[in-house]
Design a protein around this ligand. Structure first.
Ligand SMILES: [Zn+2]
Length: 126
């Protein structure tokens, strides 16, 4: 249930596992209980929000296929503005995170990966 929700938002289990590993290892070293771990997670979240990541939190990434997406879109929920990215032709379908895309709104052939799509939106299409 949670996983399918996260995947709809464009996150994949492998990346989430990779990101979370250090955090849970740290909590392990500190001998934190599950409750203390959750509390630390909430505190970090609040700290990050306070600092501000510079990333628009209303940007959401969608993909047309969970396993080998050939088209991505980034939607700015506040404005409804949508940007599409298409897969660069001639790629053997490698790991999802390594597939290259080009922006359908840009005239150039600049290639980006899935993880860079939101950043592209912020940098060139705000
Ligand atoms: Zn673009």
């Amino acid at each position: 249930m949670l996983m399918s929700k996260l995947q709809k938002l464009g996150h994949d289990p492998e990346s989430l596992h990779y990101i979370s590993k250090d955090f849970f290892e740290l909590c392990g070293h500190l001998a934190y209980s599950a409750r203390e771990t959750a509390e630390m997670f909430i505190r970090i979240k609040k700290a990050v929000e306070a600092i501000g990541t510079g990333m628009d939190p209303s940007l959401t990434l969608y993909e047309n296929n969970r396993y080998s997406p050939t088209r991505l879109s980034v939607v700015q929920k506040l404005t409804g503005k949508t940007l599409f990215f298409k897969m660069v032709q001639g790629q053997s379908l490698a790991e999802k995170k390594n597939i290259l895309y080009t922006c359908e709104n840009c005239a150039n052939d600049m290639c980006i990966k899935r993880a860079e799509a939101k950043e592209h939106f912020m940098s060139f299409h705000q």
